[in-house]
Design a protein around this ligand. Structure first.
Ligand SMILES: Nc1ncnc2c1ncn2[C@@H]1O[C@H](COP(=O)(O)OP(=O)(O)OP(=O)(O)O)[C@@H](O)[C@H]1O
Ligand SMILES: [Mg+2]
Length: 389
C-alpha cells in the first residue's frame, strides 16, 4: 500500500526526444488512476519510469516514503502487467503465477498458498495445471494478473493490459480488473488510449498530450468541465462538435452565437457568473456541442425556436438504443489537437456534426430536419489558446 508522487518529472531519451515535460501527479493510497492520451503522448514512458524500467531525466519520484529515482525496479515493490502477457509457454498456469515467488525464494508452502489464493480470486483454480496455449485470451490475461497479485506489491502498474482482447471480452475484463483493484485495495496506475476504458475504470483520469499533463480529475468532472479544447474533444464518444464561431453583443436576454450561417440564441443565464464569457461577447470564440445535447426538434415541440438549426441528414447510424445522426454545417471546425476528433463525413462541404438522437426519431437519410440544441450546455473555449472559459 503506497502513495505514488511524481514531482516535475521529465524524460529526455538519449536521441534528444523529450517524451515527458514536468509531470506532476499525486496518486493516493489505494487509488485507481488512469493515464490516457493519444498514441505517442508519453503514457508508457511515464509508467516505465514509475516501474524503474526507464531512467528519470529530471524531477523526483516517490513511492510510499521513499524517493526511488535511483532504486532498482525489483526493489520498488511494484508489479507490472503488460499488453502482451509474456507468459512462459512451457510452464503451467500455476508455475507462471508463482514464478516471481520462486525467484524470490519464498518457501514452498507459502508459495502454494499464495498461488491458490490468487487463482481463487481470479477463478483460475481449475486451470492451474494447463499450459497458457490451452487457455482463452481472457484466461491468459487473468494469469498475467495472477502473476502481479501473488507478489502482493504496494502498487500495480498496467500498460494497456486489455488491448489484445476482442471487444466483448475487453468490456468484461475491464469490469473484473476494476472490481479486483477495489477488493485488493492496491494503488494502481493504468495506461490506456481508450477513453471509454479510462472513464469506466478510473477513480481519477489523467489526460496527457505530447508529454504534457492536460487535466487530472474524476471521469465526470473531465466530461462536464474539460479544462481545454483537447480534453473536450478527447473525452466523450462520439466527440464533442467544436467550431470556430462568434459571440454577439450581450443584452438582458442573452447573446447570439453565430456558427457559419447559423444563429443560436444563448440565454442570459449562460453568462451569469461567467465573467470570462461575458468578456468575449462581440468577438471570436470556439463553441463545443456534445452529440447528446442535440435532439430531433420534432420530439421537442416546446424547444425555443431560436435554439434550433436546420440541416440535411448525411449519415445515420442506428444503434438500437440511440441513433447517431450526422449533418454538414457550414461553420469551420476548431483545431483541437486530437488526431481522432474530427472525422469527416458526408459530401466534404463544411464541417461534420454528429448528434445523438432518441430512437423514436423518425429521421431518414437525406431528410432536411430541425435540430434542437441545448444552448445552456454549450462549451466555450478561447479561440487561440483553447482554454475553457
Ligand atoms: N527508446 C526511445 N527512444 C527515443 N524516443 C522514444 C523511445 N521510446 C519512446 N519514444 C518516444 O517518446 C514518445 C512517447 O512514447 P510512449 O511509448 O511513451 O507513448 P505512448 O503514449 O505509450 O503511446 P502508445 O499509445 O502508442 O503506446 C514518442 O514520441 C516515442 O516515439
Ligand atoms: Mg504505450
Amino acid at each position: 500500500m503506497a502513495t505514488v508522487v511524481l514531482d516535475k518529472i521529465d524524460k529526455i531519451y538519449p536521441n534528444g526526444v523529450q517524451a515527458i515535460h514536468g509531470l506532476d501527479l499525486e496518486i493516493a493510497d489505494n487509488e485507481f488512476l488512469v493515464l490516457v492520451g493519444p498514441s505517442g503522448c508519453g503514457k508508457s514512458t511515464a509508467l516505465r519510469m514509475i516501474a524503474g524500467l526507464e531512467e528519470i531525466s529530471g524531477g523526483t519520484l516517490t513511492i510510499g516514503d521513499t524517493v526511488v529515482n535511483d532504486v532498482a525496479p525489483k526493489d520498488r515493490d511494484i508489479a507490472m502487467v503488460f499488453q502482451n502477457y509474456a507468459l512462459y509457454p512451457h510452464m503451467t498456469v500455476g508455475e507462471n503465477i508463482g514464478f516471481s515467488l520462486k525467484l524470490a525464494k519464498v518457501s514452498k508452502s507459502e508459495m502454494t498458498e499464495r498461488i491458490r489464493h490468487a487463482a481463487e480470486i481470479l477463478e483460475l483454480e481449475e486451470y492451474l495445471d494447463r499450459k497458457p496455449g490451452q487457455l482463452s485470451g481472457g484466461q491468459r490475461q487473468r494469469v498475467a494478473m495472477g502473476r502481479a497479485i501473488v507478489r502482493q506489491p504496494s502498487a500495480f502498474l498496467m500498460d494497456e493490459p486489455l488491448s489484445n482482447l476482442d471487444a466483448k471480452l475487453r468490456v468484461q475484463m475491464r469490469a473484473e480488473i476494476a472490481r479486483l483493484q477495489r477488493d485488493l485495495a492496491v494503488t494502481t496506475v493504468y495506461v490506456t488510449h481508450d477513453q471509454v476504458e479510462a472513464m469506466t475504470m478510473g477513480d481519477r483520469v489523467a489526460v496527457l498530450k505530447d508529454g504534457y499533463l492536460q487535466q487530472v480529475d474524476s471521469p465526470q468532472n473531465l466530461y462536464d468541465h474539460p479544462a481545454n479544447i483537447f480534453v473536450a474533444a478527447f473525452i466523450g464518444s462520439p466527440s464533442m462538435n467544436i467550431y470556430e464561431s462568434r459571440l454577439g453583443a450581450l443584452d438582458d436576454n442573452g447573446a447570439t452565437l453565430t456558427l457559419g450561417s447559423m444563429d443560436l440564441h444563448l440565454p442570459r443565464s449562460v453568462f451569469d457568473e461567467n465573467t470570462e464569457l461575458q468578456a468575449r461577447c462581440g468577438g471570436p470564440i470556439s463553441a463545443g456541442i456534445r452529440p447528446e445535447d442535440m435532439e430531433d426538434a420534432s420530439l421537442k415541440p416546446d424547444h425555443p425556436a431560436n435554439q434550433r438549426f436546420t440541416s440535411e441528414v448525411v449519415l445515420l447510424e442506428s444503434l438500437g438504443s440511440e441513433i447517431m445522426v450526422h449533418f454538414n454545417i457550414d461553420a469551420k471546425a476548431a483545431a483541437t489537437g486530437d488526431p481522432d476528433a474530427v472525422e469527416e463525413v458526408g459530401t466534404g462541404e463544411g464541417s461534420s456534426c454528429v448528434a445523438r438522437f432518441n430512437p423514436r426519431s423518425g429521421v431518414r437519410l437525406g431528410d432536411t430536419i430541425e435540430v434542437a440544441v441545448d444552448a445552456a450546455r454549450i462549451h466555450f473555449f478561447d479561440h487561440s489558446t483553447g482554454a475553457a472559459l
